[in-house]
Write a protein that binds this ligand. Structure first.
Ligand SMILES: Cc1cc2nc3c(=O)[nH]c(=O)nc-3n(C[C@H](O)[C@H](O)[C@H](O)COP(=O)(O)O)c2cc1C
Length: 207
């Protein structure tokens, strides 16, 4: 049993979404999570999906040969997808950044979402995931404001995007949202954090 924790906040020990995920995992039964690998999408080793990768992605569709550089990039992309496939459970923790996810998380998603390697099309031309195989994936999300539909100027592209993309890849997605996370006094902040940690622990214990 192996769990991959994909961590999208760069704030490390100051991150609320990371603290909640640690509490969630610590409270989970050992058999449900097994060995946990913590993977920050902010690591310098992250594969960058740029110009040559974009050409490599479409080369076979256009009947073009990949250059040696593109072949290498493509083999690195496939290796990352196979690394993710080797885990039984995924946990993705993320703050909201400008109504969406931090760019480093989107950059990693751009690596792992690939036709044939992680999704395919059915006979009706619809996307069907081949990576998740129904495995559980937990989203642990934080944001300063409340996105409860009460205010037209607060649009949530974080939760629907992440739920859409990981469901599309074939994962069985469940989501914990912590909002609003902003409090003006230190005491209120501490209270909010304690209550959130307790909620995360209860959810973890329930696995
Ligand atoms: C660059 C940046 C952009 C942000 N954009 C939003 C936003 O659009 N909406 C929102 O509600 N909160 C926004 N926030 C606040 C964070 O989502 C919030 O503080 C969250 O609890 C931080 O989680 P973390 O401590 O795990 O990083 C933003 C924070 C940063 C640093």
């Amino acid at each position: 049993m192996k769990t991959l924790w994909v961590e999208a906040s760069p704030k490390q020990e100051h991150s609320l979404s990371s603290a909640l995920t640690q509490a969630f995992l610590d409270a989970a039964p050992a058999a449900a999570v097994g060995d946990v690998e913590r993977f920050s999408v902010w690591t310098d080793e992250m594969l960058v999906f740029g110009r040559e990768a974009a050409f490599a992605k479409f080369a076979p569709l256009y009947g073009e040969r990949r250059t040696p550089e593109q072949k290498q990039i493509w083999s690195d992309v496939l290796a990352e997808i196979e690394r993710v496939r080797s885990f039984d459970r995924l946990v993705v923790s993320s703050p909201m950044w400008n109504w969406h996810v931090p760019h480093a998380l989107k950059a990693w998603i751009d690596v792992i979402v690939q036709p044939i390697a992680s999704f395919t099309l059915n006979e009706r031309g619809e996307h069907v995931g081949t990576l998740g195989e129904g495995k559980p994936l937990h989203l642990i999300l934080t944001r300063s404001s409340a996105y409860d539909g009460d205010r037209a100027d607060l649009q949530d592209f974080q939760r629907p995007y992440l739920e859409y993309v990981f469901t599309m890849l074939g994962y069985n997605v469940s989501t914990l949202v912590f909002e609003p996370t902003t409090r003006w006094t230190a005491e209120e902040r501490a209270q909010m954090r304690d209550a959130a940690l307790e909620r995360a622990r209860l959810a973890g214990a329930d696995l």
